[in-house]
Ligand binder design. Sequence first.
Ligand code: DAH
Length: 358
Amino acid sequence: MLEALERIQQEALQALAEAEDADALEAWKTAHLGRKSPLMQVFPQMGKLPPEQRPLVGRRANEVRQTLEAAYAERAEVLRRQALAHALESERLDITLPGRRPPRGGLHPVTQTMRRIVETFAEMGFQVVRSREVETDEYNFQLLNIPPHHPAREMQDTFYVDAGGDSDTYPVVLRTHTSPGQIHAMRQVTGYTGEGPLPENPPPLRVVLPGMVYRYEQITARSEIQFTQVEGLAVGRNITFSDLKGTLTDFARRMFGPTARIRFRASHFPFTEPSAEVDVECFLCGGKGCNVCKYTGWLEILGSGMVHPVVLRNGGYDPEKYTGFAFGMGPERITMLRHHIEDIRYFWSGDLRFLEQF
Ligand code: DAH
């Protein structure tokens, strides 16, 4: 019996050494320490032994059982550590690796230019006002002194909007310029609705109106059907052409550098009288002449003039007492000049290779 116990212990320990994982270990436990294991079979048989042998065999059987239980616990611990070491090895995180940067968006180059323009005028005391993109024909043209068959309409081919209702009598358009914002801004200040007597003493006004405009045109390298403008308007008593010149000169210096010069060329717009186009000294060559300014040293950047009396009146200002100046410029054009962009279509291309350069 004692020999049998030796053999049971030896075989069990040997089998235990071969258990390589938790499942094998559990199977081993059932086989060698379970109720039907050889060791456990020894206990019920002890009754058949001669009485003097029983204590000896009993003690030995208990020792074997304790040995196996201890060996089992030790093996379980070894396997647990191995499993942990394996997991640490295979699932290792290298926390010293630099993180991956999420891709960052940026402002569109035209938005950057537009904000720069608007901020510059804001520093000079202009309020920034938004105006609608869908306009009536009345605001986009008529109130700006462009009557129904005026040739200036041809310069601004128009997208018409089907707004329901009587669109023949009251056409609705996508604004072709930001100038209708002038009428909205004036009427907001004067409270004038277009009918009845002009208000008595409306306050002066100094605003810039940035925004998107639309033209029904062939898309080419030089013209798009959708682009931005920044409109400016100042109305008050005793405002003169000198104020226009001074304001735009100051703007050019702030925007293009302290030595930037500008020049005015006589022009025509229906909503200003007199009207002028404004050139800024080429900010790429400093006026010496380069291929961007076509060797003239000057770049045309905006249209301007003294607000036409009809427009002042439509805004609610009595043109006998009030005067004003206005101007309009195109951020696309300024952006193209600044960055040597040869084709306006890049701006709406959505091509990240282009956009990420700014
Ligand atoms: N509205 C004109 C255009 O779209 C630009 C312009 C010219 C605006 C002269 C003005 C101005 O306010 O005085 O071409």
